[in-house]
Write a protein that binds this ligand. Structure first.
Ligand code: SF4
Length: 247
């Protein structure tokens, strides 16, 4: 690791420790799904509120006995059942295509075998399926009962990482997965990696808002070039607005 990478890794670790204090690590896992179910859940959740994708997932489980029945159902029927998510007309055929691809490539409709693979290999296997990107592959490995040390990066996590300078502002969410994972200590277990994702996401939801981040109460303000820049700009504006004191 070169000097710059070491500095960034140290900063990522400091941010992790501070945000763990704020949000309370270890964070309980929110799902207990087998990896194939987690894959479907993850595909439903793209750009959709958790409550809506959760409802769609439950509706699929209630309507069909297993994922092979979802795969073989009329696509328009799936589209109607998941109608509460964003872009159901795209997600219905995609979910069916992904289920078909799993069976074609693995020989059965299960992803339990990924538990025996190293994280890097398991992610690469998943990402060969069209429609499965780095966030989905990491979510399947981390959030499912496989409980592997894979780091998903959602839009909140990505925004906090950009603003704190862990990754460049120009880095897209896809490549940020590898860049941010490389900053975490190699020996971290699945819970620690999961905590890292959760606290960065929670920070984006509860403090580092898309519009008007609450920098003044942020636990990592002194480490954040964006926040420090905003505070300086606010101070300068206040000074500018102060009425001149007459001599
Ligand atoms: S200081 Fe502001 S911009 Fe930086 S992480 Fe905190 S809330 Fe976000």
């Amino acid at each position: 690791m070169n000097q710059d990478a070491q500095t960034l890794a140290a900063k990522a670790l400091e941010i992790h420790h501070r945000l763990c204090e704020v949000y309370g690590c270890p964070i309980p896992y929110f799902h207990n799904l087998d990896p194939l179910s987690e894959l479907v859940s993850s595909l439903l959740s793209h750009r959709t509120r958790n409550a809506d994708s959760g409802r769609a997932f439950k509706a699929l489980r209630a309507r069909y006995p297993d994922w092979s029945a979802v795969r073989d159902a009329p696509t328009t029927e799936i589209e109607r059942i998941i109608g509460g998510v964003t872009w159901p007309e795209q997600k219905a055929p995609r979910i069916q295509a992904v289920l078909r691809a799993v069976e074609e490539r693995h020989g059965s409709l299960s992803l339990d075998f990924l538990g025996d693979m190293p994280v890097r290999e398991a992610r690469a296997w998943l990402e060969t399926i069209p429609g499965v990107g780095p966030k989905t592959s990491a979510a399947v490995l981390s959030f499912s009962t496989l409980r592997k040390a894979a780091l998903p990066v959602d839009s909140h996590h990505h925004r906090v990482a950009q603003r704190t300078g862990l990754i460049p502002k120009s880095m897209d969410v896809g490549p940020s997965h590898a860049a941010l994972a490389a900053m975490l200590p190699e020996g971290w277990d699945a819970q620690q990696v999961y905590d890292n994702h959760e606290i960065m996401m929670l920070h984006g939801q509860q403090c580092c808002f898309f519009k008007n981040p609450a920098c003044v109460r942020c636990a990592v303000l002194d480490l954040c070039p964006t926040g420090l820049g905003r505070m300086q700009a606010q101070e300068a504006e206040q000074t500018f607005r102060k009425p001149a004191v007459k001599a």
